[in-house]
Design a protein around this ligand. Sequence first.
Ligand code: GDP
Length: 174
Amino acid sequence: SRDYLFKVLVIGNGHVGKTSLVHRYVNDKFNKHYKITVGVDFALKVLPWSDTETVRLQLWDIAGQERFTSMTRIYYKEASGCIIMFDVTDSSSFRSCSSWKEDLDSKVTLAGGSPLPCILLANKCDLSPWEVSHASIEQFSKTNGFIGWMETSVKDNKNINEAISFLVEKMMVN
Ligand code: GDP
């Protein structure tokens, strides 16, 4: 049997749902009220992957306040993959994703020098109106080197397991 340990970064502006995502995925809960994330939190998820393989995911939830400072370099160290999140009802959180991706790619790569596999999550898809179109998300995801994007709702538990499994598949081939 084989064990994999992956450090996965969860980044994006404040209030897009990062803390909720980690809490949902690891504890299978959604709570409406959270304390504001300060610094970094990480949570461990053990994911039975196949008869012979177990995946351990260390999810690092990076606070919005720390963005683009020298601190992110420390958080990013030895990561295997990344989730970049925005809120579909907040176009500025979508626009920030390009800065998040640039910051990531400039500070951390895989051992061979290629960028970390990174998925883009269009969160709060249960809300309306959306301020960002499918077409612009698709375009952005393609031109910025994401492995793909998914619309998610942490609140309704929509596409959370699917998105993270997709990322795990990509990390396993590296
Ligand atoms: P963070 O600052 O990125 O960690 O964001 P939080 O996880 O603290 O979430 C910010 C707010 O958005 C909280 O009030 C959450 O309950 C709410 N939230 C998170 N995900 C969703 C979602 O998918 N749908 C809705 N409607 N609200 C969400």
